[in-house]
Design a protein around this ligand. Structure first.
Ligand SMILES: *[C@@H]1O[C@H](CO)[C@@H](O)[C@H](O)[C@H]1NC(C)=O
Ligand SMILES: *[C@@H]1O[C@H](CO)[C@@H](O)[C@H](O)[C@H]1NC(C)=O
Ligand SMILES: *[C@@H]1O[C@H](CO)[C@@H](O)[C@H](O)[C@H]1NC(C)=O
Ligand SMILES: *[C@@H]1O[C@H](CO)[C@@H](O)[C@H](O)[C@H]1NC(C)=O
Length: 354
């Protein structure tokens, strides 16, 4: 008797355990199992059709992430540059794949960059798969073009450094959802902002991102341009001081020494993040994005911080000479939203060189 009941219990126990294990394994799959087969059967179009239909069925169970659609093939994008570039590439892939009715997958390197910071939803293409796919490269400019609505191919790898809002602003809500911060970054940013509010209610936080680093040399020497100077930052800060009461400026930069020498902190309303040391990119970025408004200088890091913050944005404009080769790759009107406020750069340092 005893051993019989025990035997039955054991039997049902094992059955239950197996069922739970299978369920967990299924939901932990990075993408639906049948989608994996697609790439391997790519030569056989009849098989493909079968798998597409099957994939749609599978997809429904994965609608929680709302990111895997029924389509043939894989679309992806190169993973190059630092945080701002990676975000631009991600958002552009997301938007163009959606426009073309294709499923986007991000490379492992991009996932490594972005997933510790944001709750991104696009599935990652495992490196072993990545190497099996015969990619068709498709070079993008950094502004939307009509032809990008009909990019041919099922195994397309987009290339370039796209970042422009012209690719993705029509699905702004979705892009902002993709770039939702993990809780630890939200908490850190809020704790820091509270700590500098001095107990005042209704503080207006203005993020100031000062891009220095390699640009200090690259702008004049390669692009016949300038980076933001002291006068630009003073103009931008004075705009916010006049418009809002209780303004607090939060400065982040990879050139904090320059910032401390050139940003007037004597009014007591300027805070250099991380005690003036250059912080980690993720923390700095989250801090900027949690402010109410943005002063950016140049670079995609500042553009994305402003896009996520969503308030008023002041940017440096016309920062190269008109004959700069930079303008073949970059359009001001595609980089900065129309409602952002541009302050033209003082080009005299590069005019003197000429
Ligand atoms: C896939 O599912 C969606 C809705 O979930 C439906 O609109 C679409 O027609 C389906 N596609 C195929 C190929 O079955
Ligand atoms: C808080 O500040 C904002 C912007 O400066 C202003 O519009 C709003 O009226 C203020 N609210 C209170 C309660 O002071
Ligand atoms: C300004 O930013 C702070 C910190 O993110 C936020 O708590 C506050 O609600 C924002 N104020 C306005 C008027 O949006
Ligand atoms: C930049 O230059 C263009 C062309 O000269 C001009 O139309 C535009 O207003 C300038 N932008 C700013 C912010 O001054």
């Amino acid at each position: 008797m005893e051993s019989n009941i025990f035997g039955k219990r054991l039997y049902f126990g094992v059955l239950l355990f197996t069922a739970i294990l299978l369920t967990i394994a299924y939901y932990l799959m990075p993408f639906p199992p049948l989608t994996i087969l697609e790439g391997q059967f790519s030569e056989n179009s009849q098989n493909m059709d079968l798998y597409i239909t099957e994939t749609n069925k599978t997809t429904k169970t994965h609608q929680g992430t709302n990111s895997v659609i029924a389509s043939k093939g894989f679309w992806t994008i190169n993973s190059i540059g630092r945080l701002g570039n990676q975000m631009g590439e991600y958002a552009t892939l997301y938007a163009l794949a959606k426009l073309n009715g294709k499923q986007a997958y991000i490379p492992q390197a991009m996932a490594n960059y972005l997933s510790p910071i944001f709750r991104i939803n696009l599935p990652t293409l495992h490196e072993s798969m990545w190497n099996k796919v015969h990619w068709q490269n498709y070079q993008l400019n950094d502004w939307m073009e009509d032809r990008y609505r009909h990019i041919p191919g099922d195994y397309v790898k987009l290339t370039g450094y796209p970042c422009s809002w012209t690719f993705y602003h029509h699905i702004r809500e979705e892009i902002l959802r993709e770039f939702t911060f993990h809780d630890y970054l939200i908490e850190e940013a809020n704790t820091f902002l509270r700590s500098i509010s001095k107990g005042q209610a209704n503080v207006t936080y203005v993020a100031v991102h000062v891009r220095r680093g390699d640009y200090v040399e690259v702008m004049p020497n390669i692009w016949k341009g300038v980076v933001a100077d002291k006068v630009y930052l003073e103009k931008a800060m004075s705009y916010f001081r006049k418009k809002y009461s209780n303004v607090v400026f939060v400065v982040t930069s990879e050139g904090m020494d320059w910032c401390k020498d050139n940003i007037d902190a004597s009014k007591g309303d300027v805070h250099f993040s991380g005690d003036g040391q250059s912080g980690s990119p993720a923390r700095d970025f989250s801090l900027l994005a949690h402010c109410n408004h943005t002063i950016m200088t140049i670079g995609t890091f500042g553009i994305w911080a402003a896009y996520l913050a969503g308030g008023e944005t002041i940017y440096l404009s016309n920062y190269t000479l008109p004959d700069s080769p930079f303008l073949k790759l970059f359009k001001y009107e595609a980089a900065f939203l129309p409602e952002w406020i541009g302050i033209p750069a003082d080009l005299s340092p590069v005019l003197v060189r000429k």
